[in-house]
Design a protein. Sequence first.
Length: 174
Amino acid sequence: MNMDIAAVNALPYEDFVDILGNVVEKCPIITAAVWSGRPFLSLAALEAAISEFIDALPESGKEGILRCLPDLAGRDLQSGSLTRESHEEQAGSGMGALNSEEASRMARLNQEYKERFGFPFVICARMHDKENILRQLSARCQNERAVERARGIEEVKKICHLRLQSLVLTDNRV
């Protein structure tokens, strides 16, 4: 679906949340909160409102957002219970086509990361392939919690950006 920003601005609250509610994975409260900021002059303005909402959250709220994202190549992918968006993103990066050695390494690193930080590893899968994701996951396990929280939120914003672009036309303004 590609709507222009005027169509987005005209959406009733329920439709706005139904259509845009998963631009931040499993966090429709964010979309619900920014709805009252309409009209947005552009897609960039809508995206900025979402980013500002996220940035204003306390650290515990940011970690809550991160906890809403699934493990890459994790049990949700295996069981088919990913959101449509996450499934497409993970499949596109090769997460659904890991060989047994890669899958074992991914599972071990995901577990290590979650134990260290208390939230899953987050990366914008659409911008990486499986080799790069594995490399980054391994390297980022060495970071401090605050660094990973901030990095994870930046990755959430990249995911949000790409999801918004798939829903809203980018070259128009109100």
